[in-house]
Write a protein that binds this ligand. Structure first.
Ligand code: UD1
Ligand code: PEP
Length: 429
């Protein structure tokens, strides 16, 4: 899919309100979780992103009838599972697609799913998904990059995850939700996207306890009813805009946001000298009054600093005088933004998976650059907004995976950002 580049002329202060989109990474598993009900389910707060169109294609292939019933609302209805195979052509586009396995195991007792794709920032194994299914009684087989699952009996038993994983926790919960067995998951992820999926399933009659703790128990139920659910705001998009506000030394108010989901980003920005005020679902980020200080950041599991905001943070740190150090403990090789930021004048060296950033105000200048994945794209946007002159960002198909109508919404903050909306819209059809 080819889309036109984004042109940003930076070095200008931004201001105003930014309405945060609903969460992509919460919406994707919830759309997959809707496969567990035979009744119609209406989901509100679905962002209009290419990843969402992809997951709708995937659940449609498996038997879900779906329709947009509002600007950000989708109805899904899956009276029967028509297909238990999710082929490579569909699941290669993003990692979240692998969790269709859990829903298929629960609804149909069998599944064949290809090794997932997604952003290419290093080794992204699925061994925890497979080991959890096996521990709960599912027979797993892998051949030629395809995983096959067979459920001979209702799931039961326990699994202790070897690390905190969002996707494997979700997959195991989905597989265990229907049936008569009880499943215990230890060292489970407490990520907001896991909690939102559990809240959704419980709203349809599932019996899942321990959301937001490392110990989750799932008592299988015979069936789920239909219902309506509203997805949480996108903390990654919000984090990107907070960092853009700091990088451009601006004052921006984010609306429709959950400040509690962004504590790690807020705390880091405040440590650097940015003023942040919060009330209910509003956050104001004011970087107009302070001289920002360099800092060290480690990306960790929630509630730690998110890996999905790590590249954007590197872009901000490149604008802050002094030496900053960045380490990503979730994806140590999530570094595709570095070479592109260097084209814009950033001084970053990488040693043993650690970014050492020699920042400076006025270091950054516009340049032609290319996004190789979603958040590297987010980082280039943050850098371009701060840099003097014009940056032309290629690879918009990645940015469009994660940020809805980004150019138009950035213009609402006073940014000089242009992209052919016509091409973008047709690329998403
Ligand atoms: C903990 C974390 O921050 N997860 C992020 C991760 O989710 P994503 O679903 O990609 O990754 P997981 O949360 O599942 O994995 C966390 C860590 O565990 C490892 N792992 C995972 C599964 C497995 O079977 N084996 C294994 O070794 C991964 O390589 C990674 O180092 O990227 C997503 C997209 O960028 C983010 O939205 C998630 O918030
Ligand atoms: C990397 C992302 O998605 P995926 O896991 O599908 O690559 C993301 O949302 O930042």
């Amino acid at each position: 899919m080819q889309v036109t580049p984004l042109h940003i002329t930076g070095g200008r202060s931004l201001s105003g309100e930014f309405a945060v989109q609903p969460s992509k990474n919460a919406a994707l598993p919830i759309i997959v979780a809707a496969l567990l009900s035979r009744e119609p389910v209406t989901l509100h707060g679905i962002p209009r992103l290419s990843d969402i169109y992809t997951i709708l294609d995937i659940v449609g292939h498996l038997g879900a009838q779906h329709a947009w019933v509002g600007p950000n609302s989708v109805t899904l209805h899956t009276p029967e599972i028509l297909n238990t195979t999710a082929p490579y052509a569909l699941v290669s586009k993003m990692r979240a697609s692998f969790i269709v396995m859990g829903s298929l195991i629960a609804r149909a007792g069998e599944a064949t799913v290809s090794m997932p794709g997604g952003c290419a920032f290093g080794y992204r194994p699925v061994d925890q998904h497979v080991k959890a299914f096996q521990a709960l009684g599912v027979a797993m087989n892998e051949e030629g990059g395809n995983f096959t699952a067979q459920r001979p009996r209702p799931l039961g038993g326990s699994y202790i995850f070897e690390m905190l994983t969002v996707g494997a926790t979700q997959n195991a919960i989905l597989a265990a939700t229907l049936g008569s067995g009880q499943v215990t998951l230890e060292n489970a992820s407490i990520d907001t996207d896991v909690v939102d999926m559990i809240n959704f399933l419980n709203s349809l009659g599932a019996d899942i306890r321990g959301a937001g703790t490392n110990l989750i128990t799932v008592q299988g139920v015979g069936s789920l009813r239909g219902g309506e659910y509203t997805i949480i705001p996108d903390r990654i998009e919000a984090g990107t805009i907070m960092l853009a506000a700091a990088a451009t030394r601006s004052n921006i108010t984010l609306t429709g946001v959950r400040p509690a989901h962004l504590r790690a980003v807020s705390m880091k920005l405040m440590e650097m000298g940015v003023y942040i005020t919060e009330s209910d679902d509003i956050m104001t980020v004011d970087a107009t009054r302070a001289v920002l200080r360099a800092t060290n950041v480690t990306a960790l599991e929630f509630p730690g600093f998110p890996t999905d905001v790590q590249p954007q943070m590197s872009a901000l740190l490149a604008t802050v005088p002094g030496t900053s150090v960045m380490v990503d403990k979730i994806y140590p090789d999530r570094l595709t933004h570095v070479v592109e930021l260097k084209r814009m004048g950033a001084q970053i060296t990488v040693s043993e998976h650690t970014q050492i950033i020699q920042g400076g105000h006025g270091h950054m200048h516009g340049a032609p650059v290319k996004a190789a994945d979603i958040r590297a794209g987010g980082a280039l946007v943050v850098a371009a907004l701060a840099a003097e002159g014009e940056t032309i960002i290629d690879g918009m198909q990645y940015i469009n995976r994660g940020y809805e109508r980004f150019a138009e919404r950035l213009r609402g903050l006073g940014a000089q950002a242009t992209q052919s909306e016509l091409t973008l819209a047709s690329a998403m059809d």
